[in-house]
Write a protein that binds this ligand. Sequence first.
Ligand code: GDP
Length: 194
Amino acid sequence: MVIKNVALETVCGVTSTLPVNDKIEVAFAGKSNVGKSSLINALMNRKALARTSAQPGKTQTINFYNINNAMYLVDLPGYGYAKVAQSEKEKWGRMIERYLQKSQMLKAVFLLIDIRHDPSANDKLMYDWILYNGYEPIIIATKLDKIKRSQVQKQVKAVREGLGMKGGTVIPFSAETKQGRDEIWEMIDAWIAE
Ligand code: GDP
């Protein structure tokens, strides 16, 4: 994808009506700080359009970025802030569930996991929850530049095992070097062309 136009078109809060789009959507989920904003900015060739590291307690929203009027990158709110109240976590859960169940144009869900760490219990829950909703998560193993090249295979294996993956795809990615970016766009471009 050659990026020509990007725009944050819709921001949905807990009670907002979800947009009815006529172009495909791909969504990104992951624990806060995993590098989701950095990935989305890298995909869009923008430095800071997607917010980075939203603070705990800040409004959790689902953000729809319109790319070239051809598709939407959908930024789901991050999870895993220990300090967030249970009531907030429940609202977060309902909002994401509503999106996964209702969106007519959602093509795929990418789940981001830090390549340096074994998946957490929340990562595993998120993985299973995406599967349960009918999507096989595509894993993006983030912060690839932070480990030695010789460690990559071992860490990818740990991610696969930690999530209990039976097949599926893991794409190592670095927002610093942009490694993995083309592979992600190739997948998305193929869905647009379907
Ligand atoms: P988010 O909370 O998931 O949106 O995470 P951010 O994109 O804000 O990233 C959290 C922190 O990790 C920031 O300090 C980023 O600069 C850093 N970061 C994100 N991706 C990478 C990466 O690929 N490589 C390195 N070295 N740092 C990264």
